[in-house]
Design a binder for this molecule. Structure first.
Ligand SMILES: Cc1c2[nH]c(c1CCC(=O)O)Cc1[nH]c(c(CCC(=O)O)c1C)Cc1[nH]c(c(CCC(=O)O)c1C)Cc1[nH]c(c(C)c1CCC(=O)O)C2
Length: 345
């Protein structure tokens, strides 16, 4: 595939190369903050919407048109490949993924078969349509990392304490590693399908890894995330790795092998760079809640993020986590303009 868009500011920043301005996009830029999204999704379930390439294309393009961001992010969800692998699940509005029959035993692993490109052909079709529409704007593909996916499969839904997840991790390490090995395979196949169809970059979301200590992360999670990221290295497509609440994990997450480490708002980017090391770019990290304050505050905080981002070899401006549903989209448009203006070289 030749559509990596190596000269775009976004891909250049991922590689730590010089850029005309700091590129900016937002996690969850497509979604409920946009009235045009709420309208087009009326009466269509979340998973169903992910399986319709024309709809995926339109929803992915909405924030690109509206905000002028430097990258599009494929409209999909981290549980899409898990559903394709045979797990009965749904995405419940206001809650998130809910698994009908959670995976807790050796026998339950049978319900999680490997996936082939055919199982997610609608994703490849969506990527091809999008690459055709986007022109010079890169498309980011993504997947959930093995730990975050495992947490939904074992808990049966979102969790605050991850008690069942950790019970398996500590109590049945053999089963734990078998489950995460299976999930690595599924994630890798899902990301390869997106890369072959033409995405310019991929992001591996380990959103809930911040629930772990560094020692446990290294023992139970890092080897599996590393397997996924290493499995993509031959493609040459830049890899972003992101989690929330990862202040103590940033060094280890950097070692997992991504080109870019995403940082939440709790760790200043200059401090994050010290932990991650000088060879990797960073992405982040304005607190999404700051967008509910006045514009002066947003501007001050965005300038601080840009200043602190200069410590890294490459910086991609983003929020520290996803856009919150009640965010005023006009704030996001104005923020993109500000980032471009302030960072122009
Ligand atoms: C943990 C996680 C999930 N999904 C995802 C993650 C990792 C990112 C993160 O940490 O936020 C990833 C994801 N999910 C979605 C995207 C689309 C691309 C984008 O960022 O614009 C991405 C990148 C669409 C979505 N995924 C979901 C929505 C909202 C549902 C809707 O609009 O009906 C969207 C636009 C549903 C979902 N799916 C999930 C959650 C927690 C929710 C929210 C539940 C809710 O508050 O309703 C699981």
């Amino acid at each position: 595939m030749t559509s990596v868009l190596n000269d775009s500011p976004f891909v250049r920043a991922c590689r730590g190369q010089d850029v005309p301005h700091t590129p900016v996009w937002f996690m969850r830029q497509a979604g409920r903050s946009l009235p045009e999204y709420r309208k087009i999704r009326e009466g269509i379930g979340m998973l169903e919407s992910c399986r319709r390439p024309e709809l995926v294309t339109e929803i992915t393009l909405q924030p690109v048109r509206r905000h002028g961001v430097d990258a599009a992010v494929l409209y999909s969800d981290i549980v899409v490949p898990i559903a394709a692998a045979g797990v009965d699940l749904d995405i419940v509005p206001g809650t998130g993924p809910v698994v009908a029959d959670p995976i807790r035993t050796e026998k339950d692993l049978d319900r999680l078969r490997p996936i082939t490109a055919d199982d997610v052909s609608f994703v490849a079709e969506s990527v091809r349509l999008l690459v055709g529409e986007l022109g010079a704007t890169p498309l980011i593909g993504f997947a959930g990392a093995p730990f975050t996916l495992a947490s939904y499969l074992i808990e049966g839904g979102p969790s605050r304490t991850y008690t069942k997840t950790k019970a398996m991790m500590y109590g049945e390490p053999g089963l734990w590693h078998a489950l995460l090995t299976r999930l690595s395979g599924i994630t890798l196949a899902f990301l390869r399908t997106q890369i072959e169809a033409g995405v310019s970059t991929v992001q591996l979301f380990d959103s809930w890894a911040g629930a772990l200590s560094e020692a446990d992360y290294r023992e139970y999670v890092l080897p599996h995330s590393r397997e996924v990221l290493a499995g993509l290295s031959a493609t040459g497509v830049p890899r972003i790795h992101f989690g929330v609440g990862t202040a103590v994990l940033l060094k280890a997450m950097g070692e997992a092998g991504a080109d870019v480490v995403g940082v939440d708002w709790r760790t200043p980017l200059d401090q994050a760079t010290q932990l991650i090391g000088p060879r990797r770019a960073v992405q982040g990290n304005l607190d999404p809640a700051v967008l509910f304050a006045s514009w002066d505050v947003v501007e001050r905080e965005a300038r601080r993020v840009l200043d602190q981002g200069r410590a890294a070899p490459g910086h991609i401006f983003n929020l520290g986590h996803g856009v919150l549903p009640d965010t005023d989209p006009a704030m996001l448009t104005r923020l993109v303009e500000l980032v471009h203006k302030v960072s122009a070289r």
